[in-house]
Ligand binder design. Sequence first.
Ligand code: 13P
Ligand code: SF4
Length: 339
Amino acid sequence: MPATSLKPPAPDYGMAEHAHRYSRVARLMPLAEWDAHYELVAAIETLKRQRNAVVLAHNYQRPEIFHGVADVQGDSLALARWAARSDADVIVMCGVHFMAETAKLLAPDRIVLLPHAQAGCSLADSITAQDVQALRACHPGVPVVCYVNTSAAVKAASDVCCTSANAVQVVESLGSPEVIFVPDEYLAAHVAERTSVRIIPWRGRCEVHERFTGDEVRDYQRATKAFVLAHPECPQDVQQAADYVGSTSGMIDALQRHRPARAVLITECSMADNVCSAFPETEFVRPCNLCPHMQRITLRNIHDCLENLTPQIDVPHAVAVDARRSVQRMLDLDPTRRS
Ligand code: 13P
Ligand code: SF4
């Protein structure tokens, strides 16, 4: 069935399901607030069935999206893998533009929707394909690894893509004594510390993670005795002070292993809201740095994009071929992993 044709209406999203989903956000919001989302959540569920759509949500999405309407939740790598495997006609990417582009590269025959066309990423905007070509000219023969937080054009200009979950593995897979690593300078430093490969970095930064400081982490540790988990997009002094450094899904795995009484996630603050129901014994201390791009996605624009099938993400064929090669090469390194 083509993606634009409607299927019969779904069975109602009833109050029992509403109450079940509320149990996952009950630590965060009063029932009255959850009730205010009910109509839109129910309408989105109906549209999802009519469109044969799947909703993928990054770990930084608002809790009412993450627990209310997402079929799949995860980090960039997990969402890319799901996009590649999904048999849905329509993929709604609740995340930012590069995530929707990656989904389109891996599912080129599906409609990929990004609920807000301006949901971008400061890191992805910090480098162009021309910059990658200039780096290659300065370092002839040195392979280029690009972080998934890049445009399709940058992926096409690179040899292979990586995420924060597999960056070291991807760099080492090239078997080269040196590697150009773009665009995040802090993730590059994180990789450089964990490999003997010489890393040639770019100077890109995430506008959310670069604001954290090592002093802030030490203050949290002193005042709260909390277990501190930081994303590798944070500055190096933050990474050095943290008890664990890893991707958003890596942080969830670390929480599962350590089960701390208190935790601070040094990353986008919706993440703690989304995971807290899975760790009832852990008290989450929340430094609140929000990603303005991730926060552009709302239940209202998810509903509207499913209704109107717009904004759709497309990648020009000339770019898509090489960009897909770069992403696929990463996925082929370990095709069985979900994140
Ligand atoms: P993850 O790949 O760890 O989910 O991170 C994506 C991102 O944009 C972090 O800012
Ligand atoms: Fe980009 Fe930073 Fe937002 Fe992640 S948190 S999407 S890296 S701006």
